[in-house]
Structures are given as C-alpha cells and as structure tokens.
Design a protein around this ligand. Structure first.
Ligand code: HEM
Length: 551
C-alpha cells in the first residue's frame, strides 16, 4: 500500500515538474538555430526589446538575426510564442505562394483591429476579405488609375510650387522634406479616395510665402506650415497603431479609453460619414450611370452598393480610412529616401533627367511612365524601393503543421520575413552564419527553381539603378526585392503606389536639381513607426539650369 502511495506521489511530482518546466522554458522549434541562453519564461523578449529600443527599429533586429543565425532561425519569445526568421529569398517566394499553408499573421491583424477592425489588413484571408477585395479591386485597375493621372498631376504642380516658394525663402539652407511629402501624398490619396484633395500643399505654399523661416539647430530652414485638423487627426490615429508596443493588447486598451484618441477618431470618421452621405446622394441622382461615372473610390463603392453588392457602413468607412493609413506614410517615406539617394548621387539625377527629356511626352500619362516607355525611370523607382525598405518586413502564420527548409513548423508559428534578403549578393545571401548553417539548401527548398538573379558580389547595399537594366530594358527579375510583399496578401495599393512614385520622381527630376547636403544633414539613420523613416531627410533643391550641377 505504502509503495503504491509512494509511486503515486512520485508520478504526481514528475507531472508537476513537467508542467512547471513547460511553463518556465521558452519553448521553440527543435533543431532551428536560435540565440543561446534565453531567459526562462521571457525567452529572447528582453533581448528583442533592448535591441529595438537601442536601434529604434525592429528591422535592424530581425535583419541582424538573419545575418547572424542563417537562412532560417528562431527567436523565442516565451512559452508558445516563437518567431521563425526566414531570410532565404527562394524559400520566401515559396512561403508567400503557399496560400493553403500560410495566411496573414495575427501579429499584423491584431495591431490594426482597434483602428479599422473590418478593413482588409485586419482580416485573415476569409469571406469578408475576399468580398472587400472584389468590391474595391477595380480601384487598382489600369483603366481607373489612368483616369486619376490628371488629378495627380495637379497635386505634383502644387508640390513643385511649394518647393519654388521654399527655395525663394530658404537662402540656400536645406530643409527636412518628409512633412512636405506626407502633405503631398495625403492630397493625392484624398483626391482618389473622396474625389477632393485636402489642398494641404497649396496651403503650405501660401504660408511659406507669407512668413520668414526660422533657423534650426543644424542651420536648416524651418518653415511655419501647419497641417489642417483632419490631417493632424489622421496622423494621430496612424500613430496609435501599437506597432512597437511590448504588450499590444494593453496598449490598445489604453488607447481605446483615451479621450484624445476618441476625439481624433470622431473628427476623421465624422468627415468620412459626410463624404459617404454626399456620395450616396450623387449616386441616387445619377442612377445606373453612377457605376460608369465613378471617378473616386468612395463613389465606386457606393455605385456598386446600388447594384446590391454591399458592405456595411462600418466596413465601407474602415476600407476608405485604410487608404489613408496604408497609402500616405508608405509613399511619403519612400520618397523621403529617394531625395537622400539623389542628393548623394548627382550622376543618377543627370542620367534620369536626360532619359526623361528623351522619353516623356507632355502632359505625362500613365502609359508614358510605364517600364516599357521609361525603363531607367523604373530602375530608379525599384532601386529606391529596394534600398529604402520602407515596410521593413512582412509576416505570415502557419495555418497547419508545415515544412520550411527541412524544419517542421507547427500550426500557428509566425514566420517573419525581414528585409535583409533584398540586399542579397551573388553566391552569398544576406546571411553569413557559421559554416554548418550555410550548407547547401538545394533539396530542402519547397519552391520551384529560382527565376530571380543575384545582386553582384559586394553591391547589395549600394544605390545603383543600373543593376536593374539589361540591354537598355528594365529587368524585373534582375535580383531579389519584394517591397510590397508577394502573393494574394501582398500590397493592395501596389499599382497606385508605383504610379505615384513614377510620377513624383519624373516630374521632380525635370523640375529641380537636388544639390548635395553637408555630412551633418546626411545621416542614414532610421527611426521606425509602421514604416522606417530616414531620421534626416534634408534637401537643397535648385531650379534648372542649376549653378551647382556640373552638367
Ligand atoms: C511605397 C508605397 C507602399 C509600400 C512600400 C507598401 C508596402 C506594403 C506591404 C509590404 C504590405 C504587406 C504585404 C504582405 O504582407 O505581403 C502592404 C499591404 C497593404 N497595402 Fe501597401 N504599400 C505601399 C502603398 C500602398 C498604397 C498607396 C495603398 C492604398 C491606397 C496600400 C494599401 C495596402 C493594403 C490595403 C494592404 C493590406 C492588404 C491585405 O491585407 O490584403 N499600400 N503594403
């Protein structure tokens, strides 16, 4: 009897110890390279938090894991939470294409679900996501985007005018350009989403002309321009997305209760309400013709509603607001990096200007900006996207147990795809771990043979648009780059973003020479929100013919 009791006690003790061990061990996937000595319960979390705080950047941390630990590695964030970091381009392509195995990760849907719970970005690939894509997909069609070019051209005219005003007032001093680009992309996106630009850039130009700039601590010009309340509230809502929060759920709870957040929300969603009512009145008076005549996204959605293909009002408003969330900062930040690349590469500016003078008819159309008509322009756009790494990285979550590079990833595993692969060099991928981690991966990869080339050895981190050119043509498969993600959950606004970048870069190159700036204005440091901003985005434009330009 006693021995039975002792046996029972031993069994219970063993089970108890196993449970405690399971609780305090950070978990992880057997056989995958990971950092040594994670802290029990917290795993690598303190290490991640420290690195992100020191660098102001998740991307630097995750790129670093890929470089240190190899093409597939793990970061253990405590029991049950493991991130797999995948840096091998060929396998990344395959993961993006395996829709039955992977979906948008909860880490992404959960950071947006407070702000826009029913928008595409907050959904797994479910019925609602498919319905929304069907309803607004045509907003990204060539036909619709082509129709928006005259309106976008007007927005660029206003930006050129703003730069002219700033040149006249700045006495040759540089200024930070990101605020101008946020204003310009908001004007473009609002024009497309509501049919009305907010006219922010036009107001900026008026304010610049009627005031004197201050001198900043780096001897830069600081202009007294003010964003209108709607734009301020939009930016505040965007900043409330808990992308860097250690405990996002707690941060969301705090945000939900914040009077400031709720005030911004009321203002922006009240504006969308008014626009929605106006669009419905317009559609009612146009009847059947409303579908054909719709020239902005809201009108397009409302016209379809009349044909019985409906979203709820909440869904409609979330999708429209997603335009502002996803479409302004991303394009503005990419453009801010472009200015930096230009001030550091006068040779590229000259080459691009000559190319555009030869190729671009006036007025500019969507077709004239295409890679076929202006291949070097496309090379500059794609090189800017590759090296600015605006989105930093993407994530996917395993829908079932699945194999990646020979390792079984359990259902629910989050795969992080850092941006490091975009700088991959010939025969030497971005990662360079110890020899046992850089073994030949052939036979382990689940995708088809590689279609995309490598960047020439030692050049991955250089800004060089010519890497995309083959025999005078743009080659989309020259080397690895996926700034918009890939697959069915890739960026919805990719075509719009590309058109906008092509137009802005072409028109600004023809209008100005962006003179080099001093070293103290030329830091390449990143600060990260949802996107990776250049900490310094100084420009010193000159009208053509420029006194400083040598050509
Ligand atoms: C340079 C500009 C832009 C960049 C670099 C960019 C990048 C990205 C990336 C990396 C993703 C995630 C893709 C993935 O997980 O595979 C994404 C998603 C998305 N983007 Fe963009 N984007 C840009 C501009 C835009 C614009 C202009 C719009 C719309 C007007 C837009 C709308 C969206 C939407 C709605 C999603 C979520 C799609 C979904 O969840 O199915 N983006 N973008």
């Amino acid at each position: 009897m006693l021995s039975l009791i002792l046996l029972g006690v031993a069994a219970l003790t063993y089970l108890f110890r196993r449970c405690i061990l399971a609780l305090i061990t950070p978990g992880g996937i057997p056989g995958l390279p990971s950092y040594p000595d994670p802290i029990p319960i917290f795993g690598d979390l303190p290490r991640v938090v420290k690195s992100v705080k020191a660098n102001h950047s998740f991307r630097i941390f995750f790129d670093g894991v890929g470089k240190d630990l190899g093409p597939i590695a793990q970061v253990k964030l405590g029991p049950g939470t493991t991130f797999v970091i995948l840096s091998d381009y060929q396998e990344i392509e395959s993961v993006f294409a395996r829709h039955a195995d992977f979906d948008r990760a909860a880490q992404t849907t959960e950071i947006f679900d407070l702000l826009i719970p029913t928008a595409q970005i907050s959904q797994r690939t479910n019925t609602m996501w498919k319905h929304h894509r069907r309803l607004i997909g045509s907003a990204m069609s060539t036909k619709y985007l082509g129709m928006t070019v005259p309106r976008a051209n007007e927005a660029v005219d206003e930006l050129v005018d703003l730069f002219e005003a700033k040149i006249d007032k700045s006495e040759g001093k540089p200024w930070q350009v990101e605020g101008d680009m946020i204003a310009a992309t908001m004007d473009v996106i609002c024009g497309m989403a509501f049919g009305d630009s907010w006219g922010i850039v036009r107001d900026f130009a008026r304010e610049v002309r009627s005031s004197t700039p201050k001198n900043g601590t780096l001897d830069e010009a600081i202009f007294a321009t003010e964003m209108p309340p709607l734009a301020v509230s939009t930016i505040a809502l965007l900043d409330s997305v808990p992308v860097q929060a250690t405990f996002p759920r707690l941060t969301k709870l705090q945000t939900r209760l914040s009077p400031t957040y709720n005030r911004h929300r009321r203002l922006v969603f009240g504006y969308i309400d008014t626009k929605l009512a106006e669009a419905r009145n317009r559609a009612a008076s146009l009847g059947e013709a409303a579908v054909e005549l719709a020239d902005n996204t809201l009108d397009m959605m409302v016209a379809r509603e009349m044909r019985g293909d409906t979203m709820t009002d909440a869904e409609l408003k979330d999708e429209i607001f997603l335009y502002l969330v996803a479409g302004t900062e991303t394009s503005a930040v990419t453009m801010s990096w472009w200015f930096k690349f230009m001030t550091n590469h006068p040779d590229v500016q000259h080459k691009l200007r000559h190319h555009l003078q030869e190729r671009l008819p006036q007025p500019v159309t969507a077709e004239s900006l295409s890679p076929l008509n202006a291949p070097y322009l496309e090379a500059v756009v794609q090189e800017t996207l590759r090296l600015s790494r605006t989105a930093g990285g993407t994530t996917r979550q395993a829908k079932r147990d699945t194999v990646v590079l020979g390792h079984v990833l359990p259902k629910g595993t989050t795969v992080v795809i850092p941006s490091a692969f975009q700088t991959e060099e010939e025969g030497k991928p971005a990662w360079s771990g110890p020899p046992d981690q850089t073994t030949n991966l052939d036979g382990l990869r689940s995708g088809e043979a590689r279609k995309v080339g490598y960047w020439a050895k030692g050049t991955g981190l250089k800004f060089d648009p010519d890497r995309w050119m083959r025999d005078g043509q743009f080659d989309a498969n020259a080397g690895p780059s996926a700034p918009f993600g890939l697959g069915q959950r890739g960026c919805f606004g990719k075509n719009l973003a590309l058109l906008e970048l092509r137009l802005l870069i072409a028109r600004l190159t023809l209008a100005f020479y962006f003179a080099p700036v001093e070293d103290r204005h030329n830091s390449m440091e990143i600060w990260e929100t949802i996107t990776g901003h250049p900490r310094q985005s100084f420009i010193r434009p000159e009208r053509w013919p420029s006194a400083e330009s040598t050509v």
